[in-house]
Design a protein around this ligand. Structure first.
Ligand code: ADP
Length: 475
């Protein structure tokens, strides 16, 4: 079975969030099952030179975008045994960061056309294209409309995976009509129309043969008005084609025994883990004391991640005997709020703003607990990485957090973390205090950590489910 992954980021090339982890790891797990996987990405300026230096140009073509023709190079490079194809156009992709530009519609419309054009030019017609998030939502749409009659294209099946329904790629109808060179017929309710505008996410949801999202709970949540981001009706109509498959993590990349970013490799030794804690305390300028419980966060600074609850809870949390360490990048107002609390609590809190993979690993390794009070969470990888690094998750029961973290039950001795349901600061504070009360009881704490270590949170069983999903389309 030949599968092409089309996505806007993938480890170890470029990453802004969990999507990159998934597109980096799932192909490797599928390849082990005999699937022939290729991954296609935009060739961003951020991709490490060590990788792009090895890339070989295998085709050069022009892509028609509305009335314009744009240069498009295709480069090939093998990374960790997986073939990557890079769509090269410096004007679109050689910029300071991955997203956030005024011409986002044009960049990813170009990418979508380029992927489809490349298949023929490069003799790569796959059995299935697996598209990820809105940046690739136009691919299933174009395949079933513009490319429907091209020889070889009709048999290609598509899967569209929602990693986060909040980001939808909604643009004005006039802009999309220009880029796609389509008429009003593509903007009906059954097609791209989204309340008078056009939606790339909806294009994927409407036209892909199968849909999936990254946890079972989120697959139900997005069918409700509360979590459906105004697309719940469209998703409900396709409920029979929607699968919820929980993400795993790449256990070779996230391996506390062999992590190049850690000074003290460890797995089940909490003593060794504590050495990582004191090392991070020194690195961040916190009081060095291995007995103080350290609570970690590594996160995009966005409303989704529950920073409003944290803001409200901080005065109470700062009265506890804890050290709160936060690594994040994103919204400026969240950064200011955290910075303000940090300035007044320098012995209890440390913040680091920016994206830093090495520091992230040290946060996971050093922290005793990992806080993730998300308002919604399609899957969440951070809590899985935390479990792998023996940091006990404290999470709100939503989406993938609900599917992967089970609250500690003191009567049965079961559970790998601490959870709360209502999205209130009161519940957050109560749950952190509950965790702290067990932290002081060494045997119980060791048991909770051991419960979390029973699973490796790898990709094996979920890759099997994706394989089953593909098999429903490709026989
Ligand atoms: P999301 O995809 O919504 O951002 P996930 O929990 O699924 O959240 O994945 C986030 C991934 O990005 C994790 O691997 C996490 O460690 C990483 N990450 C988030 N923020 C940072 C940061 N500032 N520096 C380094 N890694 C980060």
């Amino acid at each position: 079975m030949r599968v092409l992954f089309a996505a806007s980021e993938a480890m170890p090339l470029v990453k802004t969030g969990g999507l990159a982890d998934v597109v980096g790891a799932l192909p490797k797990a599928l390849a082990k099952k005999g699937v022939d996987v290729t991954v296609v990405l935009p060739k961003y300026g951020e991709i490490p030179k060590a990788i792009t230096d090895r890339a070989i140009t295998v085709a050069v073509m022009e892509v028609q975008l509305g009335w314009r023709r744009q240069y498009c190079g295709i480069q090939e490079v093998m990374v960790d045994g997986i073939r990557f194809l890079l769509i090269d156009n410096e004007f679109y992709f050689y910029r300071g960061s991955l997203y956030g530009y005024g011409d986002e519609a044009e960049r990813f419309a170009f990418f979508s056309f380029a992927v489809l054009e490349m298949l023929e030019k490069f003799d790569l017609l796959p059995d299935l294209i697996h598209c990820h998030d809105w940046q690739t939502g136009l691919i299933p749409f174009l395949l079933r409309t513009r490319y429907a009659n091209r020889p070889g294209y009709r048999d290609i099946r598509t899967v569209f995976t929602i990693h986060n329904l909040q980001y939808q790629g909604v643009f004005s109808r006039a802009l999309l009509q220009d880029l796609l060179a389509t008429g009003d017929d593509s903007f009906t309710q059954d097609s791209l129309d989204f309340y008078g505008a056009g939606s790339c996410m909806k294009a994927g949801l409407r036209f892909a043969d199968k849909l999936s999202t990254v946890s079972l709970t989120y697959s139900y949540e997005i069918q409700t008005e509360e979590y459906g981001e105004k697309l719940d009706g469209v998703i409900r109509q396709r409920a029979h084609d929607l699968w919820g498959i929980v993400n795993g993590i790449d256990t070779e990349v996230y391996d506390p025994m062999n992590d190049p970013f850690l000074k003290f490799p460890f797995l089940d030794s909490l003593d060794k883990k504590r050495q990582n804690k004191t090392a991070l305390q020194s690195e961040l300028g916190l009081p060095v004391d291995e007995t103080i419980p350290m609570i970690g966060m590594v996160s995009r600074l966005s409303g989704q991640k529950g920073f409003d609850l944290i803001s409200e809870a901080l005065p109470a949390l700062m009265k506890e005997n804890i050290q709160l360490v936060i690594l994040g990048s994103g919204e400026h107002n969240i950064e200011s709020m955290l910075q303000h609390t940090f300035m007044n609590n320098r012995d209890k809190m440390a913040v680091w703003f920016g994206f830093n993979e090495g520091l992230a690993r040290r946060f996971y390794a050093a922290s005793d607990m990992y806080l993730m009070p998300s308002r919604f969470e399609p899957c969440g990888l951070s809590q899985l990485i935390a479990l792998r690094y023996r940091s006990v998750p404290i999470v709100r029961e939503t989406g993938g957090l609900r599917d992967t973290v089970e609250s500690y039950n003191e009567y049965k001795g079961s559970g790998n973390g601490f959870t709360f349901g209502p999205a209130t600061a009161k519940d957050l504070i109560y749950t952190v205090r509950r965790a702290l009360s067990f932290f002081d009881q060494k045997e119980i704490w060791a048991r909770i950590v051991a419960n979390g270590s029973k699973k490796d949170y790898g990709w094996d069983s979920s890759a099997q489910l994706y394989y089953k999903l593909y098999r429903e389309l490709v026989t």
